[in-house]
Structure formats: structure tokens, C-alpha cells
Unconditional design. Structure first.
Length: 295
């Protein structure tokens, strides 16, 4: 892994919902050292692609787009109307991504975040099939726009459909589109996977995006995540994309309920962003040095 790997920061750390009025904070993102801002489209009516692109260009930042998937954006919904709402939202995210030169749209786009039920096998299969059918339609729209989809497995407290890398790969295979891959998040993997490095190697070339979050959603480097093993595994998987720091403001009730976040995970979100960047920058440089020694 190269030491110059691009590092990004999620807007969930900055404001939620993130709107055009919040774009002035992108100056801080650049000052902290980040190359990328990952913009989550929580409220499509409050965020415009032209404003995002202008603000990001002004700070020399690249943009990635991710989605937020509440109950009114469920592509696996039992009704065709419900699924259509989810598909339409994802189409908007894709068109927004194309307008700001984001190569992908990321997120747990297969179902509502925070939905956890003990379904019977036939009910679960039906939901899975609905998600596959909807995301196949979305993938075609994304391909036409030159955009890829990075599907994110979530831990079992946040979804009952796709929890592990193996399940995520199965979903990708069932969709059967070259522009559909995975976004891996170390927080979820810490809960779901037996080994983070082995799960990363299993995902291999299907890793389209990668989020760095400590085991408690706090500042990377302050918990028990095996960052040396994680970065070595990304190197082994030949992953050449960005690494994005993600956490969540504990003051937003909707987000707190969806991700079960009930307390602050850092002294401040600004400190999390700044210290997270420094830790990952140093860890990436160390990983690059180790690779050079091995070579």
C-alpha cells in the first residue's frame, strides 16, 4: 500500500443532515490533511451538486457520494411503490455522483438501515430477491452514468440482510454487474468477521471503497482494531482506492437510533477527524516502509 493513499472524511462527522449551508466546513477538511470528502445525501432537497462541486474544487478536494437508507428508501420493500421510492433515491444519488465526478455511490443500499427482524427462510429469500432485482435495475442506470455501486455490509444490530463480506459477495454475484462491489467498514467487520484481514482478502478485487472506523466508532488508533493487519490485507488485495474516516454525531436522534450510538465516542468530532487523519497517515507510511523492506 502506498504512503500517498488518499484519505477521506465522511460528512457524518461534520454535520447531519449535510446541506449546502455546511459546505464552508470543507476548508477544515483540507486543513486537517484530507484529499477527499465523502458526502452523504441525507436530504436531497438541501444539497445541490453544483454547490458541492464548486466548494470541493475550491479546497482541492475530490468527492465521493454515499446514501442514507431510511424506511422510505427501501429497495427490498414488500410493495412495488416502496421499492420504486428506493430506486428513485439511488438514481438521484447516481446522477449527483456523476455531476461531482464521484466514481461511486456507497452504502447499505439493499434495505432500510436499522431494520432487524427474525424472518422465516422463505421471507428472507423473498426480501433478498427483491433487493437483487432492484439493485440490478439501479446498476444499469449507474453503468450508463459511469458510476459504480459500493454495497456496505452492516453489523447485525443495524441490518438483518447483509452482515458479512461473504454475504456481500453473494449479493454482488447475484446482481451480476461489473460495476457493483463492496464498501467495507472496519467497525462492522470487527463485530461480524472472525478475522478482519482474512475478510478483506476474501473480498479482494470487489472492494470498491473502504471506511476506517475504530471498534467503538471512535478515533482510528485509539481502540483494539488490528490496523497493521488491516492495511497489510488491503495491500494483499491490491486495493488502490481511498480510505475514509467515518463516525457519527451523537446528537442526531435519527442517526443515533439507526446505528445504536448513545454516547460521544471522542472528545470532539474535530479532534476525531484531525487525530484520525494523523494516525492513518502514519500507519500508511509504516505499511509502505514495511512493504519496501519485504521487497
Amino acid at each position: 500500500m502506498a504512503s500517498h493513499r488518499a484519505l477521506g472524511l465522511s460528512t457524518f462527522v461534520l454535520a447531519s443532515p449535510f446541506t449546502d449551508k455546511d459546505l464552508t466546513v470543507l476548508g477544515k477538511v483540507r486543513q486537517w490533511g484530507y484529499d477527499i470528502v465523502e458526502v452523504c445525501i441525507e436530504d436531497p432537497d438541501a444539497l445541490t451538486s453544483s454547490a458541492v462541486r464548486e466548494a470541493a474544487d475550491g479546497e482541492g478536494l475530490s468527492v465521493l457520494i454515499c446514501g442514507a437508507f431510511g424506511p422510505d428508501r427501501d429497495v427490498s420493500h414488500e410493495t412495488s411503490e416502496g421499492r420504486r421510492a428506493g430506486i428513485d433515491y439511488l438514481r438521484h444519488c447516481i446522477d449527483f455522483a456523476a455531476a461531482v465526478d464521484s466514481p461511486l455511490v456507497s452504502g447499505p443500499m439493499y434495505a432500510t438501515t436499522g431494520q432487524a427482524r427474525l424472518l422465516e427462510a422463505d421471507e428472507r429469500r423473498a426480501q433478498w430477491d427483491r433487493a437483487v432485482d432492484s439493485l440490478t435495475t439501479v446498476a444499469n442506470h449507474a453503468a450508463a452514468a459511469g458510476v459504480s455501486l459500493a454495497v456496505e455490509p452492516l453489523n447485525w444490530f443495524e441490518t438483518d440482510l447483509v452482515n458479512t463480506v461473504e454475504q456481500g459477495l453473494t449479493l454482488c454475484r447475484d446482481i451480476g454487474a461489473d460495476n457493483v462491489g463492496l464498501m467495507l467498514d472496519t467497525f462492522h467487520m470487527n463485530i461480524e468477521e472472525k478475522s478482519l484481514p482474512e475478510a478483506i482478502r476474501l473480498a479482494g478485487s470487489r472492494i470498491f471503497n473502504f471506511q476506517a472506523s475504530e471498534n467503538d466508532r471512535g478515533t482510528p488508533g485509539t481502540g483494539h482494531t488490528d490496523w497493521v493487519g488491516v492495511l497489510k490485507a488491503l495491500d494483499d488485495a491490491n486495493y488502490s482506492g481511498s480510505v475514509v474516516v467515518e463516525s457519527f454525531l451523537p446528537t442526531v436522534k435519527e442517526i443515533a437510533r439507526a446505528v445504536s450510538l448513545w454516547r460521544p465516542v471522542a472528545p470532539s468530532m474535530d479532534e476525531l477527524a484531525a487525530e484520525g487523519f494523523r494516525f492513518l497517515r502514519d500507519a500508511l507510511e509504516a505499511a509502505a516502509d514495511n512493504r519496501q523492506v519485504r521487497a
